[in-house]
Design a protein around this ligand. Structure first.
Ligand SMILES: [Zn+2]
Length: 240
């Protein structure tokens, strides 16, 4: 079962996605159970980044009511590969620093994923990577890496403090920020008079305080994200 703070965070995230749908030319549906799996991997790997690959779940086309509700005024239904389908299960591909995490030898990918990916080989349709202690805004290297992506690229920004209590959060980047945090009124559950909630801990003792999540296309446009349940329905939204 998905943690209640993540459901609350997803609900307010989805509301913002819906309010801003006209700013995006496409959207992608990420199951919240997959996001929780990814966050567990990401938290355990701190302070390293991780790289995740996805394929579209071809057995789960996006519900037509959801499309009607989530499409914006400038919607482009042919922007990226796999656009009509909910995202499939995540695969943890690599772990490293911001440079090494994007460099995965093709033959290694073939070995790693040959069994469950068959003839599709090494390439995933969609990619996601984490930004430990940095906003979820694509760097120049991210924009370059996305040129090889057929689907969308996603970034999870992770705000955390170190085991010794120090913290550093880099937010000197231009772009649209998308916070993924439970609403402030529910922070009491994390302790009395809490300044920052603790959403998770790494195996080395880092404390996670906040998250951001964005998606973008190789042409440079942002892609709206909605977090969905196991049936592909966005949390907290009433579809038409
Ligand atoms: Zn990056």
């Amino acid at each position: 079962m998905v943690a209640s703070w993540l459901i609350e965070a997803a609900t307010s995230y989805n509301r913002a996605s819906l309010e801003n749908r006209d700013s995006y030319s496409a959207f992608v549906l990420l199951p919240i159970c997959h996001l929780e799996t990814i966050l567990n991997w990401a938290f355990k790997s701190l302070p390293d980044e991780i790289l995740i690959g996805f394929d579209p779940l071809n057995t789960m086309p996006i519900d037509t009511d959801v499309v009607q509700t989530c499409r914006g005024a400038e919607h482009d239904e042919d922007l990226f590969a796999g656009q009509g389908f909910v995202l499939g299960a995540p695969h943890l591909v690599n772990r490293g620093d911001s440079f090494s995490v994007h460099h995965v030898p093709e033959e290694w990918m073939d070995d790693l994923f040959a069994n469950d990916r068959g003839s599709r080989g090494a390439r995933f349709t969609h990619w996601m990577h984490t930004h430990p202690n940095c906003v979820a805004i694509p760097s120049e290297a991210d924009a370059d890496a996305s040129q090889h992506t057929d689907g969308v690229d996603m970034i999870v920004g992770i705000e955390f403090s170190n085991p010794d209590g120090t913290s550093f959060w880099f937010d000197d980047a231009e772009g649209v920020r998308r916070s993924l945090k439970p609403p402030k009124r529910s922070w009491r559950r994390f302790g009395r008079r809490v300044q920052r909630p603790i959403l998770g801990r790494s195996s080395m003792g880092h404390r996670i305080h906040g998250l951001e999540l964005i998606a973008y296309h190789r042409t440079g446009v942002g892609v709206n994200v909605l977090l969905v349940d196991d049936d592909g329905m966005p949390h907290g939204l009433n579809t038409v």
